[in-house]
Structure formats: structure tokens, C-alpha cells
Design a protein around this ligand. Structure first.
Ligand SMILES: C[S@@+](CC[C@H](N)C(=O)[O-])C[C@H]1O[C@@H](n2cnc3c(N)ncnc32)[C@H](O)[C@@H]1O
Length: 242
């Protein structure tokens, strides 16, 4: 995981061009647009009217903007992110769409959320887990979810090939040339995120270890063998507390 200064520098640099950049990357890696990714991911959450939803690593608030209508006037959508510049762009977007009264953006880390216990019906996190330590993030997600609350996470995943000697070597060489050619904070943040990418099986074990039940995992296929595919993870915080 990159340290938080590198992450904030990376996403401050990216904030004005976030949407076209991520759209281009998803088309190259997964053959889908950012919009198609968001629709597929958000559909898994089955958000209902009146629900209180938290979007962790919300960035420029595309996810809150998509789901504000689904929770309606009785519901609320909170977006949490560590990069103020991403949230500033998000605030402008939510204001332009007239969604400021049903949404709230909070600056903070997903690994130490400035949020009360047991508040949220649903937690989402899109393309953000690889910048955090999964055990800390999952503990915090479980803490702020209400008993019976649902977690839906989508991110890049490690592949079985990367776990082989040849795969690990090739990946580190590719990342070395990626960082040397771009020399940007974003490239450093993505390189440092490598050890926070897990395979679908590893994610399943992590969710179970952190007390989630009804775990379901679907995969998003990469177009090429050596680039990361994606995973969409679902789990429920048990209604009865251990
Ligand atoms: C690739 S963007 C994803 C944005 C958004 N979820 C989306 O799907 O478009 C990753 C985001 O994770 C945020 N992030 C990285 N580390 C974080 C942390 N520890 N806590 C909260 N947000 C974090 C970054 O600031 C950035 O906005």
C-alpha cells in the first residue's frame, strides 16, 4: 500500500480528469466503459428506498450521484474519501445535479472511518480497496454496517498467474517500466498497491475472517492474461451478534 501522502498526491493530480482516465483504463483492461462498470456493480447492491448507504473511496462521487434517486427522500448517501480534491469535484457534481440534500461527502480514511457504529444499511466501495489494507478496511466496514447490513465491493484482483514465480517477476518488471515511464504520483500509488490486490479466493477468505456471511463473488474478466481482472464481492454482517 502507498502511504497516504502519495495517494492524496496521485488523486489530486487525477481529479480534474478522473472520469475519462478511468474510462480509458477500464476499456483497455476489461473491455467495458466506466459507466457499464458502475451499472453492473451498483446493480448487485439492490438498493432500496429509505436506505442509508456509505460509499467508501467515493472519489468524485459518481456512485452517490448514481444511487441518490434509488434511496429517495427518506434515504441518505454518504461518500467517504481521503483526497480533498476528489471530494471537491464530487461536491460540484452533486450540486449541479441538485443532490446535495440527499448526499453528504466526508473526508477521511476507510481504515479509520470518522463514522458511528452500526449506522449503514449498505456499504459500497468501487476501485478503492487496493489503496488500503484490507483487514483494517473490512473491520471498519463491519463496524459501521448495521447488523444485517450488506457490503458490495468491486476492485481489480490478483490473478493465479501473478502468484507463480514467472507471473510475479513479469508483473514487477512491467510495474518498474510503468513507474519509470510515467514518473507520476499515480503510477507510484498503483505500483505500491500491488500487495493489496487479492484473488477472488483470497477475498472470500478475508470476508469470512472478518465476520461476513452470505458471501458471493463474481469475476470481471481481463482482456489479457497479465493484467488484473476484477472482482465484485458481496457479504452480509450477521443479524445476530457473536
Ligand atoms: C480509483 S478511485 C475510485 C473512485 C470511485 N470509487 C469510483 O469508482 O469512481 C480511488 C479512490 O480511493 C481513494 N482512497 C485511497 N485511499 C483511501 C483511504 N485510505 N480512505 C479513503 N479513500 C481512499 C482515493 O482518494 C480515490 O479517490
Amino acid at each position: 500500500m502507498a502511504d497516504s501522502e502519495v495517494i492524496v498526491a496521485a488523486f489530486t493530480e487525477l481529479a480534474p480528469n478522473y472520469q475519462p482516465t478511468i474510462d480509458r483504463e477500464l476499456r483497455i483492461f476489461w473491455g467495458i466503459s466506466y459507466e457499464q462498470f458502475l451499472e453492473r456493480f451498483i446493480a448487485q447492491a439492490h438498493i432500496r428506498e429509505g436506505e442509508i448507504v456509505l460509499d467508501v473511496a467515493t472519489g468524485t462521487a459518481y456512485i452517490p450521484a448514481h444511487i441518490a434517486d434509488q434511496v429517495g427522500e427518506q434515504g441518505r448517501v454518504f461518500g467517504l474519501d481521503i483526497t480533498p480534491a476528489m471530494l471537491q469535484h464530487g461536491t460540484v457534481k452533486l450540486a449541479a445535479a441538485g443532490l446535495l440534500s440527499s448526499t453528504r461527502l466526508v473526508c477521511g480514511s476507510g481504515m479509520a472511518m470518522p463514522l458511528a457504529d452500526g449506522v449503514f444499511d449498505v456499504i459500497l466501495c468501487g476501485l478503492g480497496t487496493h489503496h488500503m489494507q484490507a483487514p483494517k478496511l473490512l473491520s471498519e466496514m463491519r463496524r459501521v454496517l448495521r447488523p444485517g447490513g450488506r457490503l458490495v465491493v468491486a476492485d481489480a484482483a490478483a490473478t493465479a498467474f501473478w502468484r507463480s514465480f514467472a507471473g510475479a517477476l513479469m508483473l514487477r518488471l512491467l510495474l518498474f517500466f510503468y513507474v519509470m515511464s510515467l514518473r507520476s504520483a499515480r503510477a507510484r500509488a498503483e505500483r505500491d498497491a500491488l500487495d493489496s490486490l487479492y484473488t477472488a479466493g483470497e477475498w472470500g477468505a478475508l470476508l469470512a475472517e472478518h465476520g461476513f456471511e452470505q458471501i458471493e463473488i463474481s469475476e470481471i474478466r481481463a482482456l489479457r492474461r497479465y493484467v488484473p481482472g476484477g472482482v465484485i464481492l458481496q457479504g452480509v454482517r450477521p443479524a445476530a451478534q457473536p
